[in-house]
Ligand binder design. Structure first.
Ligand SMILES: C[S@@+](CC[C@H](N)C(=O)[O-])C[C@H]1O[C@@H](n2cnc3c(N)ncnc32)[C@H](O)[C@@H]1O
Length: 237
């Protein structure tokens, strides 16, 4: 049995998608999504995404929505295995199981089965020196970042005063700040039409920037292909 925080069923806004995030699909995630989609559709530079982890991962670390834990798995531990504390939050169980498996022997891992849109998050407050949330916001239901702001509040609550959080999210195909090629537009159309895969039609770079600035005093944000990439710190209490 997985040892995730038990789910009480109360207050979730999003829904798990165990078919999409099945153990089999999680095994294919690195090759298909990080390898192919990032390169051909979203135009994400994996070296720069990996650099975010190499530059910022600390002890204790909070990983949100790991899928196959691609980038954290390729990041040297910042502490000895018996010291490095890593908490992992996800609404689906297969990513949590995968994260637990990959981090065992490298860190002390706690997994939490939870919807990031539901506050409070089941983790310590003002605690984490690093926090990553890559490719998660565009999966969450809601018409734009105003409706996803609970996640940014959750990040600010979890982060220590001197911690750093980073992430990236695909903005809507109509966002003038990011670029979508034909393949990206076709995939986004299908994923938004399908049930519970993407919900990013209304997501705009400038709205994300505004929401981040409501919760963090230090905000860096830039476009990368179809995504907005951000690094934030100094949570506003
Ligand atoms: C597209 S994958 C991102 C994987 C990885 N972080 C990356 O950088 O590519 C989305 C991840 O977010 C999780 N997720 C989706 N909706 C969620 C929610 N409402 N709450 C928590 N996790 C969620 C999925 O289970 C999956 O692990």
């Amino acid at each position: 049995m997985p040892d995730h925080t038990p789910y009480t069923g109360a207050g979730w806004i999003s829904r798990p998608n165990p078919t999409l995030y099945s153990p089999e699909n999680i095994r294919r995630y690195g090759d298909l999504i990080v390898g192919k989609s990032h390169k051909w559709a979203w135009k994400l530079d994996n070296t720069r995404l990996q650099d975010l982890y190499l530059s910022h991962v600390r002890d204790p670390h909070l990983e949100i929505g790991p899928a196959d834990l691609h980038f954290l798995d390729r990041t040297p531990a910042p502490a000895m295995a018996h010291q490095w504390q890593v908490d992992v939050v996800d609404i689906n169980t297969a990513p949590l199981d995968t994260a637990k498996e990959k981090l065992t022997g490298r860190a002390q891992v706690r997994t939490h089965e939870h919807d990031v849109l539901a506050l409070p998050w089941p983790v310590k407050k003002h605690h984490f020196l690093s926090l990553a949330i890559g490719n998660v916001l565009h999966c969450l239901p809601g018409a734009g970042f105003t409706t996803k702001t609970a996640v940014i509040q959750g990040m600010a609550e979890a982060l220590a005063d001197d911690g750093v959080a980073w992430g990236y999210t695909l903005t809507g195909a109509q966002d003038p700040m990011t670029r979508t090629n034909l393949l990206a537009r076709v995939l986004m159309w299908h994923y938004n039409k399908a049930d519970n895969i993407f919900s990013n039609r209304g997501d705009r770079f400038t709205d994300l920037e505004r929401e981040l600035k409501m919760y963090f005093a230090a905000v860096e944000i830039c476009p990368m292909g179809s995504a907005a990439v951000f690094v934030v710190g100094e949570p506003i209490r």
